[in-house]
Design a binder for this molecule. Structure first.
Ligand SMILES: N[C@H](CCC[C@H](N)C(=O)O)C(=O)O
Length: 330
Protein backbone atom coordinates (compact mmCIF):
# COMPACT_ATOMS: atom_id res chain seq x y z
CA UNK A 1 0.00 0.00 0.00
CA UNK A 2 1.29 3.43 -0.85
CA UNK A 3 -0.12 6.64 0.51
CA UNK A 4 -1.23 9.43 -1.76
CA UNK A 5 -2.50 12.81 -0.60
CA UNK A 6 -5.22 15.10 -1.89
CA UNK A 7 -4.05 18.64 -1.22
CA UNK A 8 -4.71 22.23 -2.20
CA UNK A 9 -3.12 25.65 -2.34
CA UNK A 10 -5.86 28.32 -2.56
CA UNK A 11 -8.20 25.46 -3.51
CA UNK A 12 -6.11 24.73 -6.59
CA UNK A 13 -6.37 20.99 -6.04
CA UNK A 14 -3.80 18.27 -6.61
CA UNK A 15 -2.91 14.73 -5.78
CA UNK A 16 0.59 14.13 -4.43
CA UNK A 17 2.38 10.87 -5.17
CA UNK A 18 5.75 10.19 -3.51
CA UNK A 19 7.60 7.85 -5.87
CA UNK A 20 10.21 7.08 -3.19
CA UNK A 21 7.56 5.24 -1.13
CA UNK A 22 6.84 2.73 -3.91
CA UNK A 23 8.47 -0.69 -4.26
CA UNK A 24 8.83 0.01 -7.98
CA UNK A 25 8.54 3.57 -9.27
CA UNK A 26 5.89 4.33 -11.87
CA UNK A 27 7.26 4.88 -15.37
CA UNK A 28 6.60 8.23 -17.07
CA UNK A 29 3.76 6.82 -19.23
CA UNK A 30 2.23 5.25 -16.09
CA UNK A 31 2.42 8.60 -14.28
CA UNK A 32 0.74 10.43 -17.18
CA UNK A 33 -2.03 7.81 -17.38
CA UNK A 34 -2.57 7.99 -13.60
CA UNK A 35 -2.66 11.81 -13.70
CA UNK A 36 -5.35 11.87 -16.40
CA UNK A 37 -7.43 9.26 -14.58
CA UNK A 38 -7.18 10.36 -10.95
CA UNK A 39 -7.79 14.08 -11.73
CA UNK A 40 -10.88 13.48 -13.91
CA UNK A 41 -13.95 15.00 -12.22
CA UNK A 42 -16.18 12.10 -13.28
CA UNK A 43 -14.31 8.82 -12.91
CA UNK A 44 -11.27 10.00 -10.91
CA UNK A 45 -11.02 10.21 -7.14
CA UNK A 46 -12.73 12.77 -4.87
CA UNK A 47 -14.20 14.77 -7.73
CA UNK A 48 -10.83 15.09 -9.48
CA UNK A 49 -8.19 17.80 -9.31
CA UNK A 50 -6.14 20.21 -11.43
CA UNK A 51 -3.09 18.00 -11.63
CA UNK A 52 -0.80 15.34 -10.18
CA UNK A 53 2.36 16.37 -8.33
CA UNK A 54 5.02 13.69 -8.43
CA UNK A 55 7.69 13.76 -5.74
CA UNK A 56 10.97 11.94 -6.25
CA UNK A 57 14.44 12.04 -4.71
CA UNK A 58 16.97 14.67 -5.78
CA UNK A 59 20.76 14.61 -5.76
CA UNK A 60 20.97 18.40 -6.11
CA UNK A 61 22.62 20.34 -3.30
CA UNK A 62 20.24 21.28 -0.44
CA UNK A 63 17.22 19.82 -2.29
CA UNK A 64 15.05 17.48 -0.19
CA UNK A 65 13.28 16.18 -3.28
CA UNK A 66 12.04 16.93 -6.76
CA UNK A 67 8.59 17.87 -8.04
CA UNK A 68 7.10 17.08 -11.43
CA UNK A 69 3.75 18.68 -12.40
CA UNK A 70 1.35 16.80 -14.66
CA UNK A 71 -1.74 18.75 -15.75
CA UNK A 72 -5.12 17.05 -15.89
CA UNK A 73 -4.85 16.65 -19.68
CA UNK A 74 -1.53 14.82 -19.27
CA UNK A 75 0.67 17.73 -20.40
CA UNK A 76 3.69 18.61 -18.26
CA UNK A 77 3.99 22.03 -16.58
CA UNK A 78 7.47 23.37 -15.82
CA UNK A 79 6.25 24.87 -12.55
CA UNK A 80 3.28 25.10 -10.22
CA UNK A 81 3.35 27.60 -7.37
CA UNK A 82 0.34 26.41 -5.38
CA UNK A 83 1.48 22.83 -5.84
CA UNK A 84 5.04 23.59 -4.75
CA UNK A 85 3.77 24.89 -1.39
CA UNK A 86 2.01 21.60 -0.71
CA UNK A 87 5.05 19.57 -1.83
CA UNK A 88 7.21 21.75 0.44
CA UNK A 89 4.98 20.98 3.41
CA UNK A 90 5.11 17.28 2.61
CA UNK A 91 8.91 17.27 2.43
CA UNK A 92 9.19 19.52 5.50
CA UNK A 93 7.04 17.12 7.56
CA UNK A 94 8.87 14.07 6.20
CA UNK A 95 12.42 15.32 6.82
CA UNK A 96 11.78 17.66 9.77
CA UNK A 97 13.27 20.73 8.05
CA UNK A 98 11.71 24.17 7.67
CA UNK A 99 13.90 25.70 4.93
CA UNK A 100 15.36 23.85 1.94
CA UNK A 101 15.25 23.60 -1.85
CA UNK A 102 12.99 21.63 -4.15
CA UNK A 103 14.22 20.57 -7.58
CA UNK A 104 11.76 21.56 -10.34
CA UNK A 105 12.03 21.13 -14.10
CA UNK A 106 14.02 24.32 -14.74
CA UNK A 107 15.58 25.21 -11.39
CA UNK A 108 16.05 24.39 -7.72
CA UNK A 109 13.76 26.70 -5.77
CA UNK A 110 14.07 27.98 -2.18
CA UNK A 111 11.10 27.18 0.04
CA UNK A 112 10.40 27.71 3.73
CA UNK A 113 7.70 27.38 6.33
CA UNK A 114 6.01 30.70 7.20
CA UNK A 115 3.78 31.85 10.05
CA UNK A 116 0.28 30.40 9.54
CA UNK A 117 -2.00 32.68 7.48
CA UNK A 118 -4.75 31.89 10.00
CA UNK A 119 -5.29 29.43 12.88
CA UNK A 120 -4.48 25.89 11.73
CA UNK A 121 -3.75 26.94 8.14
CA UNK A 122 -0.20 25.64 7.49
CA UNK A 123 1.62 28.17 5.32
CA UNK A 124 4.70 28.03 3.11
CA UNK A 125 6.66 30.54 1.04
CA UNK A 126 8.10 29.40 -2.28
CA UNK A 127 10.44 31.11 -4.70
CA UNK A 128 9.05 31.73 -8.18
CA UNK A 129 11.84 32.09 -10.75
CA UNK A 130 13.46 32.30 -13.31
CA UNK A 131 11.51 35.14 -14.90
CA UNK A 132 11.65 35.98 -18.60
CA UNK A 133 9.80 38.27 -21.00
CA UNK A 134 11.55 36.96 -24.12
CA UNK A 135 9.37 35.75 -26.95
CA UNK A 136 11.33 32.49 -27.29
CA UNK A 137 10.89 31.59 -23.61
CA UNK A 138 7.10 31.88 -23.54
CA UNK A 139 7.08 31.09 -26.48
CA UNK A 140 4.90 33.39 -28.60
CA UNK A 141 4.88 34.40 -32.25
CA UNK A 142 3.18 36.65 -34.80
CA UNK A 143 2.68 39.55 -32.40
CA UNK A 144 5.22 41.83 -34.15
CA UNK A 145 7.24 42.27 -30.94
CA UNK A 146 10.03 40.51 -28.99
CA UNK A 147 8.47 41.23 -25.59
CA UNK A 148 4.84 41.92 -24.77
CA UNK A 149 4.60 44.37 -21.87
CA UNK A 150 1.44 46.38 -21.32
CA UNK A 151 0.52 46.46 -25.03
CA UNK A 152 -2.80 46.28 -26.78
CA UNK A 153 -3.37 43.14 -28.85
CA UNK A 154 -6.70 43.66 -30.64
CA UNK A 155 -6.67 40.05 -31.89
CA UNK A 156 -6.93 38.91 -28.23
CA UNK A 157 -9.51 41.40 -26.95
CA UNK A 158 -10.13 44.94 -28.19
CA UNK A 159 -9.16 47.69 -25.73
CA UNK A 160 -7.24 45.45 -23.28
CA UNK A 161 -3.49 45.64 -22.67
CA UNK A 162 -1.49 42.45 -22.24
CA UNK A 163 1.77 41.42 -20.58
CA UNK A 164 3.44 38.05 -21.25
CA UNK A 165 5.77 36.59 -18.60
CA UNK A 166 7.40 33.16 -18.20
CA UNK A 167 8.07 32.20 -14.55
CA UNK A 168 9.17 29.86 -16.21
CA UNK A 169 5.74 28.49 -17.24
CA UNK A 170 3.98 30.91 -19.59
CA UNK A 171 1.48 33.55 -18.49
CA UNK A 172 -0.54 36.21 -20.29
CA UNK A 173 -1.94 38.94 -18.04
CA UNK A 174 -4.37 41.81 -18.42
CA UNK A 175 -5.56 44.36 -15.85
CA UNK A 176 -9.29 44.77 -16.32
CA UNK A 177 -12.31 46.47 -14.77
CA UNK A 178 -14.91 44.59 -12.75
CA UNK A 179 -17.29 44.16 -15.68
CA UNK A 180 -14.62 42.62 -17.93
CA UNK A 181 -13.48 40.39 -15.05
CA UNK A 182 -16.90 38.76 -14.93
CA UNK A 183 -17.57 38.76 -18.69
CA UNK A 184 -17.03 35.83 -21.04
CA UNK A 185 -13.78 37.32 -22.39
CA UNK A 186 -11.36 35.37 -20.13
CA UNK A 187 -12.91 32.00 -20.95
CA UNK A 188 -13.01 32.75 -24.68
CA UNK A 189 -9.44 34.01 -24.81
CA UNK A 190 -8.14 31.17 -22.63
CA UNK A 191 -9.75 28.62 -24.88
CA UNK A 192 -8.57 30.32 -28.08
CA UNK A 193 -4.93 30.46 -26.92
CA UNK A 194 -4.92 26.87 -25.64
CA UNK A 195 -6.44 25.36 -28.76
CA UNK A 196 -4.03 25.26 -31.71
CA UNK A 197 -3.45 28.96 -32.52
CA UNK A 198 -1.02 31.30 -34.32
CA UNK A 199 0.28 33.07 -31.20
CA UNK A 200 1.13 30.69 -28.33
CA UNK A 201 2.15 27.38 -29.94
CA UNK A 202 2.48 25.63 -26.53
CA UNK A 203 -0.61 27.31 -25.04
CA UNK A 204 -0.52 29.82 -22.18
CA UNK A 205 -2.09 30.40 -18.75
CA UNK A 206 -4.30 33.50 -19.02
CA UNK A 207 -5.01 35.73 -15.99
CA UNK A 208 -7.26 38.76 -15.58
CA UNK A 209 -6.52 41.04 -12.63
CA UNK A 210 -8.54 43.75 -10.96
CA UNK A 211 -6.76 46.35 -8.84
CA UNK A 212 -8.60 46.54 -5.50
CA UNK A 213 -6.27 48.93 -3.72
CA UNK A 214 -2.60 49.73 -3.12
CA UNK A 215 -0.77 46.35 -3.18
CA UNK A 216 -4.08 44.52 -3.42
CA UNK A 217 -5.37 42.49 -6.38
CA UNK A 218 -8.07 40.04 -7.36
CA UNK A 219 -6.91 37.49 -9.97
CA UNK A 220 -8.75 34.86 -12.02
CA UNK A 221 -6.94 32.38 -14.24
CA UNK A 222 -7.78 30.15 -17.17
CA UNK A 223 -5.06 27.51 -16.93
CA UNK A 224 -3.28 25.74 -19.73
CA UNK A 225 -4.03 22.03 -19.64
CA UNK A 226 -6.79 22.56 -17.07
CA UNK A 227 -9.30 25.37 -17.81
CA UNK A 228 -10.77 27.68 -15.15
CA UNK A 229 -9.15 27.07 -11.79
CA UNK A 230 -9.79 28.43 -8.29
CA UNK A 231 -6.30 29.90 -8.27
CA UNK A 232 -3.00 29.64 -10.10
CA UNK A 233 0.08 30.30 -7.98
CA UNK A 234 2.50 31.07 -10.78
CA UNK A 235 -0.28 33.15 -12.42
CA UNK A 236 -0.73 35.26 -9.26
CA UNK A 237 3.06 35.61 -8.98
CA UNK A 238 3.50 36.71 -12.61
CA UNK A 239 0.53 39.06 -12.22
CA UNK A 240 2.12 40.63 -9.12
CA UNK A 241 5.26 41.35 -11.16
CA UNK A 242 3.16 42.89 -13.97
CA UNK A 243 1.39 44.96 -11.27
CA UNK A 244 4.71 46.40 -10.01
CA UNK A 245 5.93 47.11 -13.55
CA UNK A 246 2.75 48.46 -15.14
CA UNK A 247 1.14 50.19 -12.15
CA UNK A 248 4.06 51.53 -10.06
CA UNK A 249 1.79 54.16 -8.50
CA UNK A 250 -0.20 51.47 -6.65
CA UNK A 251 2.24 48.55 -6.36
CA UNK A 252 5.59 48.29 -4.58
CA UNK A 253 8.54 46.00 -5.12
CA UNK A 254 9.66 44.18 -1.93
CA UNK A 255 6.35 44.92 -0.13
CA UNK A 256 3.67 42.35 0.58
CA UNK A 257 0.96 42.26 -2.10
CA UNK A 258 -2.33 40.56 -1.16
CA UNK A 259 -3.73 38.55 -4.05
CA UNK A 260 -7.34 37.44 -3.67
CA UNK A 261 -8.64 34.68 -5.91
CA UNK A 262 -11.79 32.55 -6.17
CA UNK A 263 -10.16 29.97 -3.84
CA UNK A 264 -8.91 32.31 -1.11
CA UNK A 265 -5.90 34.60 -0.82
CA UNK A 266 -2.12 34.46 -1.09
CA UNK A 267 0.61 36.99 -0.46
CA UNK A 268 3.41 37.79 -2.86
CA UNK A 269 6.60 39.84 -2.71
CA UNK A 270 8.27 40.90 -5.95
CA UNK A 271 12.02 41.46 -6.02
CA UNK A 272 14.14 43.17 -8.64
CA UNK A 273 17.94 42.80 -8.37
CA UNK A 274 20.31 43.73 -11.20
CA UNK A 275 17.60 43.37 -13.85
CA UNK A 276 16.64 39.94 -12.50
CA UNK A 277 13.18 39.45 -11.07
CA UNK A 278 11.93 36.87 -8.60
CA UNK A 279 8.75 36.50 -6.62
CA UNK A 280 7.96 34.96 -3.21
CA UNK A 281 4.59 33.23 -3.17
CA UNK A 282 3.21 32.77 0.34
CA UNK A 283 0.05 30.81 1.04
CA UNK A 284 -1.69 27.80 2.50
CA UNK A 285 -0.57 24.20 2.03
CA UNK A 286 -3.60 22.17 3.02
CA UNK A 287 -3.86 18.36 3.06
CA UNK A 288 -7.52 17.37 2.77
CA UNK A 289 -7.33 13.56 2.34
CA UNK A 290 -5.00 10.63 2.82
CA UNK A 291 -5.47 7.88 0.26
CA UNK A 292 -4.09 4.37 0.36
CA UNK A 293 -3.78 2.34 -2.84
CA UNK A 294 -2.01 -1.00 -3.35
CA UNK A 295 1.22 -0.55 -5.38
CA UNK A 296 0.10 -2.95 -8.10
CA UNK A 297 -3.16 -1.05 -8.56
CA UNK A 298 -1.24 2.18 -9.08
CA UNK A 299 0.85 0.56 -11.83
CA UNK A 300 -2.37 -0.75 -13.39
CA UNK A 301 -4.07 2.67 -13.03
CA UNK A 302 -6.84 1.03 -11.00
CA UNK A 303 -8.43 3.29 -8.39
CA UNK A 304 -11.19 0.91 -7.32
CA UNK A 305 -9.58 -0.16 -4.02
CA UNK A 306 -8.57 3.29 -2.79
CA UNK A 307 -9.03 3.79 0.96
CA UNK A 308 -9.75 7.45 1.66
CA UNK A 309 -9.47 9.24 5.01
CA UNK A 310 -10.34 12.90 5.53
CA UNK A 311 -7.79 14.90 7.50
CA UNK A 312 -10.26 17.50 8.82
CA UNK A 313 -7.95 20.39 7.80
CA UNK A 314 -10.46 21.93 5.39
CA UNK A 315 -12.60 23.27 8.25
CA UNK A 316 -9.87 25.72 9.34
CA UNK A 317 -9.21 26.70 5.72
CA UNK A 318 -12.87 27.51 5.05
CA UNK A 319 -12.97 29.59 8.22
CA UNK A 320 -9.99 31.57 6.90
CA UNK A 321 -11.78 32.13 3.55
CA UNK A 322 -14.93 33.24 5.34
CA UNK A 323 -12.90 35.85 7.22
CA UNK A 324 -11.51 37.24 3.92
CA UNK A 325 -14.90 38.23 2.56
CA UNK A 326 -15.02 41.63 4.23
CA UNK A 327 -11.49 42.43 2.93
CA UNK A 328 -12.27 42.22 -0.79
CA UNK A 329 -14.97 44.88 -0.70
CA UNK A 330 -13.43 48.02 -2.18
N1 LIG B 1 -1.72 25.92 -11.04
C1 LIG B 1 -0.31 26.07 -11.13
C2 LIG B 1 0.23 26.28 -12.45
C3 LIG B 1 0.06 25.10 -13.31
C4 LIG B 1 0.56 25.52 -14.63
C5 LIG B 1 0.02 24.79 -15.74
N2 LIG B 1 -1.37 24.92 -15.99
C6 LIG B 1 0.85 25.07 -16.96
O1 LIG B 1 1.68 26.01 -16.99
O2 LIG B 1 0.70 24.31 -17.89
C7 LIG B 1 0.21 27.06 -10.13
O3 LIG B 1 -0.37 27.16 -9.06
O4 LIG B 1 1.21 27.71 -10.36
Amino acid sequence: MVQLLKVHGSQNKFFILDQTELKTKLSQPELVALAKHITAPGNGLLDGADGLLVIDSSDHQDALGSMQVINTDGSIASMCGNGLRTVSRYLSDKFGKDAFKVETMDSDLDVHREADLADDVPTFSVEISPVSFAKENLPFDNLGTDTLINKEVPQFAPGLKFTAIAVPNPHLISFVDEETMHSKTLGQLGKMLNDPNDYFPDGVNVSFAQILDHNKLFVRTYERGVGFTNACGTGMSATSLAFCLNHPDVADFDEVISVYNPGGMVKTRVHSRDDTFSIDLIGNATFTHKIEIPDDDLHANNLDHAKITETGEQVAYLKFVEGLKSQTVK
